[in-house]
Write a protein that binds this ligand. Structure first.
Ligand code: SF4
Length: 325
């Protein structure tokens, strides 16, 4: 089986954006690949080194949600990056051969420095995070990395680093391929990207009444001020993100026509979609209710040991190849 490696920063309870953007796909991949999924807690420090207090709790909450959606310890290695210190050693060694201009031209580096003006991104850690990412993937000889189109340049950089390493020291690493995933973009209830920090997220563990309340209030076409004002689904964030994803073609036709002719109101239109969201989240919430923080800790402890066993083998090869054995 080919190896898949993917990780996520510890952001705590997972929302529908996390679910549709990554987790649902991870669950599917478990059947076809040997999967390593990790909590990228060191990566959290690359942009937020001063806000470390919530990392431990967020790690546990996130892993519980991973288990609730169907990540399976019998089919995947689920671990915590910082519990496998070999990642730091490999990142250090790969850093020796990674030219700084490769990192400076990383589009995310430029974008985030412009956009995240409330954070200090002038650090060595932030500039070098793609090297840490390369170490995360190459450690397990990852052959496939599932990413959205916007993250594809990072995997290209991992490939370049692997190529350079292999050219200098002999073939140790495969060059991982990008598994482009066409994931639906879920916007938040205010129409912006769904994000914990915007306060616009629908969480996997939200109670049914909260899910209903959030989605019932979600922004729609601003032209539908009164019940009899016609609207356009193309200008409705709820329709473009949620309805399109959840509703059947027949329901969509009914909603489109009803919207354009003002035959249905926004709440009536949304109820159709909300029913599907509730149906999707009910079994996840039920599984989550059976899990306790110690379950996440136990999963991580076992996963960390499995990950370290692989990592120590890779590092022995790396040290030997670099004359450090
Ligand atoms: S009727 Fe439906 S599609 Fe139209 S604006 Fe309202 S929620 Fe959106």
């Amino acid at each position: 089986m080919r190896v898949v490696v993917s990780g996520a920063r510890p952001t705590g309870r997972q929302h529908l954006g996390n679910y549709h953007g990554a987790l649902k796909n991870w669950v599917r991949l478990q059947g076809d690949y040997r999967c390593f999924f990790f909590v990228a807690d060191w990566h959290a420090l690359t942009t937020d080194y001063a806000r470390h207090e919530s990392i431990a709790d967020n790690t546990v909450e996130m892993v519980l949600d991973w288990l609730a959606v169907g990540l399976d310890v019998d089919r995947s290695v689920i671990f915590q990056q910082s519990a496998v210190p070999e990642h730091a050693e490999l990142a250090l060694l790969l850093g020796m051969l990674t030219p700084v201009p490769w990192l400076e031209r990383n589009p995310t580096y430029k974008e985030q420095r412009e956009q995240l003006t409330d954070r200090d991104l002038s650090t060595y850690g932030f500039l070098g995070y793609p090297v840490l990412q390369a170490a995360d993937v190459l450690m397990y000889k990852g052959e496939v990395v599932p990413v959205g189109i916007d993250q594809a340049p990072h995997i290209e950089l991992t490939r370049e680093i692997a190529r350079r390493f292999n050219g200098l020291y002999g073939p140790v690493f495969p060059e991982p391929a990008t598994l482009l995933t066409d994931t639906p973009k879920m916007v938040g209830t205010d129409g912006r990207k769904m994000s914990k920090s915007y306060g616009n997220a629908v969480y996997l563990t939200d109670a049914p009444a909260d899910i209903h309340g959030k989605l019932a209030r979600m922004v729609t076409d601003p032209r539908r001020v009164r019940r009899h004002d016609p609207g356009d689904p193309n200008d409705c964030p709820a329709y473009q993100s949620f309805h399109r994803h959840y509703c059947t073609p027949e329901e969509l036709r009914h909603q489109e026509e009803g919207c354009r002719t003002a035959a249905i109101g926004c709440l009536e239109c949304k109820e159709i979609m909300i029913k599907h969201v509730q149906a999707e989240l009910a079994p996840i919430r039920a599984r989550r209710a059976t899990l306790r923080p110690d379950d996440a800790r136990a999963v991580l402890a076992a996963g960390n040991a499995r990950a370290r066993a692989v990592a120590s083998g890779t590092m022995a090869e790396v040290r030997a190849a670099m004359g450090l054995a």
